[in-house]
Structures are given as structure tokens and as C-alpha cells.
Write a protein that binds this ligand. Structure first.
Ligand code: SAM
Ligand code: DTB
Ligand code: SF4
Length: 359
């Protein structure tokens, strides 16, 4: 049964629509297969973290090979479409009004600038274009403006992703109607550590937004940040939450904290690259069919550390010289590393990717 469904090669959360575009039912393969679990216990996740590194790596790479081409990596490019001035107090974030980070604040970018950036991203090999806005929650008008950007970027032949803060059902639907493929909204950390990082919105607020996105038929991009002074138990708690969602996020960004002067977490205790790789391994094992993104933090990682992340099952990155407000490796550096490793970018236009979106 599991194998036959895998062979169908359709997107597991594709919302099927009839000829008039009416949504019929969400097709959720993961609920039909026995291979995906949603009942992970914290002790089980911790036990994975604690395994000898070679055993953990071997298992993660074996799981990865069951579901993906191990030599293909999906490329997304980020653009900050509205920067800074955010009323939230996320202690890692350079864009919060609560911290003085000397950021160049700007309002929503004009559509021409966004389309040009999308064209550049496509020319550089990205298959998805992610637009981020420093909002707590967008207004109706702002959602309509972003919907227009989504249509324009879709027209450039790129998949679209946006991250705009909290969303209600109707706002999620408006973005779905514009053809948005992915919405990024992170849980960031474990429920237990969350209050040490953010006080202006709750964990439940985040889960509610994820449910609104899912119900609108948009693919979910949801992960977190490590290296914020959290314990291994918190890292296990974050991954447990992600894997026990009613449906695994299609995309799971694992960010290594980018330390920004002026933010309260600038001096927090870092984790080793080996612990980061363990986090990627456990993500891959818990969410076997999700794209796991080696997300923020690559700029400070050696080639060898990144290679270990790919071996651990990371199969997606942000490419391009900027994340939202901080630097990312140059395209040429990434190209050189991919060449050394024999990795190729996933081409969603020509390949039958097992997770290709059909919205
Ligand atoms: N304001 C929206 C929100 O928070 O949902 C969207 C933009 S926000 C910058 C998107 C995500 O970027 C955050 O949820 C967080 O996980 C990640 N992020 C922000 N600052 C970061 C940093 N310094 N290092 C690593 N990840 C970071
Ligand atoms: C995600 O998980 N990481 C990206 C994206 N989703 C929006 C953001 C990383 C931001 C790093 C800090 C910055 O550049 O401002
Ligand atoms: Fe605002 Fe998002 Fe930054 Fe939090 S992470 S301060 S919500 S931009």
C-alpha cells in the first residue's frame, strides 16, 4: 500500500479541484500510509539525539534515500518585501522595534522591484521565491497587495512562498486564491522554551495560523531556530511538535541562529555544528517525506559542516547573497560546493519531484 502510494508521485497535500476550480477534498497521503508517524514521544526523540553519531547519520541517510534523490537539493531565494519596524519581540530578530540593530527600515517594495528580484533568482537557479514581511499579522489590504505580488511571481515561472506573520482563515484563503504554493510560519522552539524567546504571541497563535494555512490548501513551511541557548530537550521538543502536527509540514527549515548585534540573543550559547547536524538527522527521521531545509546560518558553516547536513538528509537551502536582512553565502561558493559534492539543484519544471505541488 505504502509503496503504491509513493509511486503515484503526487503531492501529498494537493488540494484537488474540479474543472471549475472548486476544491473537492484534501488528498492526504500521509494519513493513508503507515510509514509516517504523528505520535512521537519526547523520550523517543531524545533517544534519537543521543545515538552514536555514525548510527544516527546512517539511519537518517537511509530514510532519506527511501524518499528522495540524495543528490538533488531544492533552491529557494528570499526577499524581504517589508523590512523592520515589527511590533513583536522575538529575541533573535533584527527586525523587531524593541531592539536597536541599526537596520535600514522600508515599507512594502514596489511590484517591479519584486518581479526583478524574482527574475534574478530564477536566472540563478532558484525554483521558489520566498517573500518575507516584518508584520505581526497583515491587514486585509496588505494581504491583497501580497496576493498581487504572488500572482506576478507565479507568472515568472517560480513557486511562491510568503511569510507575513499570523493569518486568519479568510486571509489564508485570499493567498491560496492568488496561487500561493507555500506559507512559512515557524514554531521556532519547544513550547517550554518559547516564553523565553517571544512574549507578544503564543505558541497556540502559531498553531492556529498553521491550521488556517493548511485548511486553505497551501503547503506548509514550518521549522525553527537552534542555537538560542535552548537545551537538547528543547530541540527534541520542537521536532516532536513539528512531527506530531496533523500533517507533516512539506518544508521544514532548520535555522542556526544568526547572531545580530543589538538583539538579546546576540550573546546566547551557541551549539556545535555536530549538534546542528544531529538536529537535521532527527528531522529527517521524524519527517521522512518533508523537504528539510538547511536554512539560516550557512554563512558561518564550513563546507564540511554543510556536507554533513546534506548527508543527514537536508535537501533544500536558501540561495542568493542575502537572507532577509543578513548575509548568505555567495552563489559561486554554493556552486563550488555542489560541484565538489556532485549535488544538483532540483528542477521542478522538468522533474517529477515526489513532492511537487499541484495546487
Ligand atoms: N514576521 C513574520 C513571522 O515572524 O512569522 C515573518 C518574518 S520572520 C523574520 C521569519 C522567520 O525568520 C522567523 O520565524 C524566524 O524563525 C526566522 N528568523 C528571524 N531572525 C532570525 C535569526 N536571527 N536567525 C535565524 N532565524 C531567524
Ligand atoms: C526561515 O525559516 N528562515 C528564513 C525564512 N524562513 C523566512 C529567515 C531567516 C532570517 C535570518 C535573519 C535575517 O536575515 O534577517
Ligand atoms: Fe517580527 Fe517576524 Fe521578526 Fe518576530 S520574527 S520580530 S514577528 S519580523
Amino acid at each position: 500500500m505504502t509503496a503504491r502510494i509513493a509511486e503515484l508521485n503526487v503531492y501529498p497535500v494537493a488540494t484537488l479541484r474540479d474543472k471549475s476550480g472548486v476544491r473537492r477534498f484534501p488528498f492526504r497521503i500521509d494519513q493513508l500510509t503507515s510509514s509516517l508517524r504523528h505520535d512521537w514521544q519526547k523520550a523517543e526523540v531524545l533517544a534519537l539525539f543521543e545515538r552514536p553519531f555514525n548510527d544516527l547519520m546512517y539511519e537518517a541517510q537511509s530514510v532519506h534515500r527511501e524518499h528522495f534523490d540524495p543528490n538533488k537539493v531544492q533552491l529557494s531565494t528570499l526577499l524581504s518585501i517589508k523590512t523592520g519596524g515589527c511590533p513583536e519581540d522575538c529575541k533573535y530578530c533584527p527586525q523587531s522595534v524593541h531592539f536597536d540593530t541599526g537596520l535600514d527600515v522600508h515599507g512594502l517594495l514596489p511590484i517591479e522591484d519584486v518581479v526583478q528580484a524574482a527574475r534574478n533568482a530564477r536566472a540563478d537557479g532558484a525554483s521558489r521565491f520566498c517573500m518575507g514581511a516584518a508584520w505581526r499579522s497583515p491587514t486585509e489590504r496588505q494581504v491583497e497587495q501580497v496576493a498581487e505580488l504572488v500572482r506576478a511571481v507565479n507568472d515568472e515561472g517560480l513557486e511562491t512562498c510568503v511569510t507575513l506573520g499570523m493569518l486568519s482563515d479568510d486571509k489564508a484563503q485570499c493567498l491560496a486564491d492568488a496561487g500561493l504554493a507555500y506559507y512559512n510560519h515557524n514554531l521556532d522552539t519547544s513550547p517550554e522554551y518559547y516564553g523565553d524567546i517571544i512574549t507578544t504571541r503564543t505558541y497556540q497563535d502559531r498553531l492556529d495560523t498553521l491550521a488556517a494555512v493548511r485548511d486553505a490548501g497551501i503547503n506548509v513551511c514550518c521549522g525553527g531556530i537552534v542555537g538560542m541557548g535552548e537545551s537538547r530537550e528543547d530541540r527534541a521538543g520542537l521536532l516532536q511538535q513539528l512531527a506530531n502536527l496533523p500533517q507533516h509540514p512539506e518544508s521544514v527549515p532548520i535555522n542556526m541562529l544568526v547572531r545580530v548585534e543589538g538583539t538579546p540573543l546576540n550573546e546566547s550559547a551557541a551549539i556545535s555544528n555536530i549538534e546542528f547536524v544531529r538536529t537535521v538527522c532527527v528531522s529527517r527521521i521524524l519527517m521522512p517525506r518533508s523537504f528539510v531545509r538547511l536554512s539560516a546560518g550557512r554563512k558561518d558553516m564550513s563546507d564540511e559542516a554543510q556536507a554533513l547536513c546534506y548527508l543527514a538528509g537536508a535537501n533544500s537551502i536558501f540561495c542568493g547573497e542575502r537572507l532577509l536582512t543578513t548575509p548568505n553565502p555567495e552563489n559561486e561558493e554554493d556552486r563550488l560546493l555542489f560541484d565538489q559534492l556532485g549535488i544538483e539543484p532540483l528542477d521542478i519544471a522538468t522533474e517529477e519531484a515526489p513532492f511537487r505541488a499541484v495546487l
